[in-house]
Design a protein around this ligand. Structure first.
Ligand code: FUB
Length: 345
């Protein structure tokens, strides 16, 4: 795999067809996790920068250092950048690569959940807290015990329980934890320890959060994603198997687990009846965007549901310089999601 060439793309034409524009242009933003707190829309994105790291399949070029929180009163309204909410230099356990975060609220405290590499080069997931949804956030001294890999998404269920979904392949290191402890062999090979094509695909993880949302209440468990015959998706099923960017939302009482297929660039979803799954594969939410990664969140705002996503159109295709966008999601009567082509406007 190499960085996809964008030489053939006419960006003027693409931008005319794009369903939506970048929400902000003064900084690059990606991996948008969105919530409504106190009637206001808050977006917790990665803050993309060009740190001069060369592109590789471990994602070394994603060398982000801090987080900014964005907010708006309504979709289409003015987007406010609240400035630096947390910087890696203030996180005692973290050395680098502040990748896709999420946030949630409990009893008036706001929690920012974020992955970063520790000083041994291992991705862990940390928590930082604030009295304001826009931060600044104060990090815990240590990462969450038993956390690993990337892309935390914290879902609050109707009964007041919170669950963290997480995991990501290749540079996200999920495959290195297959035996329960970190396998540091062949560090430069992102596909080392990925199952063979005919074996079951690696699965994303879930853990219920402790009451204070600072630790897991239980050891993380795998989440099954099953095909139409009730079989686990295979590792060779690159168009459907989980890669990264977990998100959980509910619709009509069902649990929708959505995620990126990574190297095939789709956002897909699977439906289940419990926050632990199993989830049955149903289809695609979003077809590929410009740029290698695709990462999203799904948020109900008023009586509509929105997809927050990113692409690299503003940077004219630079993989690690992305911009957050938003468009509406529509459900069909059977509860399936109408697939969105981001350039069909
Ligand atoms: O932003 C860095 C990484 O790229 C995220 O953690 C992945 O989901 C992908 O979007």
């Amino acid at each position: 795999m190499s960085e996809d060439s964008v030489d053939h793309i006419d960006f003027n034409d693409l931008n005319k067809k794009a369903l939506s524009k970048p929400l902000v242009k003064h900084i690059y933003t990606a991996d948008p996790s969105t919530h409504v707190f106190n009637g206001k829309i808050y977006i917790y994105p990665s803050h993309d920068i060009d740190a001069g790291e060369a592109f590789d399949d471990l994602g070394s070029h994603f060398a982000m250092e801090d987080y900014h929180v964005l907010s708006m009163d309504h979709i289409g309204g003015e987007v406010v950048d609240h400035g630096v909410a947390l910087h890696v230099k203030d996180v005692p356990w973290a050395e680098k690569q502040m990748w896709a975060p999420d946030a949630n609220e409990k009893d008036g405290i706001y929690y920012l959940f974020f992955p970063a590499k520790d000083y041994e080069g291992i991705f862990r997931i940390g928590v930082a807290t604030s009295h304001s949804p826009s931060g600044p956030f104060i990090p815990q001294y240590e990462a969450i015990k038993d956390s690993f890999s990337i892309d935390p998404a914290v879902f609050k269920d109707n009964d007041g329980s919170y669950y963290m979904y997480f995991g990501g392949l290749w540079g996200g290191q999920l495959q290195r934890w297959a035996t329960g402890s970190f396998n540091a062999d062949q560090p430069e090979i992102p596909t080392a320890f990925i199952p063979h094509d005919r074996e079951a695909a690696l699965l994303p993880m879930v853990a219920k959060m402790r009451n204070d949302l600072l630790e897991f209440e239980e050891k993380p468990k795998e989440i099954e994603i099953l095909d139409e015959n009730g079989n686990l998706l295979l590792a060779g099923d690159h168009d459907r198997r989980f890669f990264e960017a977990a998100w959980l939302h509910k619709h009509n009482g069902n649990y929708y687990f959505s995620y990126s297929t990574g190297d095939t660039h789709f956002i897909c979803y699977a439906i289940g009846e419990s926050p632990y799954g199993p989830f049955y594969y149903k289809g695609r939410v979003l077809t590929p965007v410009v740029g290698w990664t695709s990462h999203h969140s799904i948020c109900k705002i008023g009586d509509k549901t929105y997809l927050f996503y990113h692409d690299s159109s503003l940077s004219k295709g630079v993989t690690h310089l992305r911009s957050v966008k938003v468009t509406e999601i529509n459900y069909l009567d059977d509860g399936t999601i109408k697939t969105i082509d981001p350039y069909s406007g």
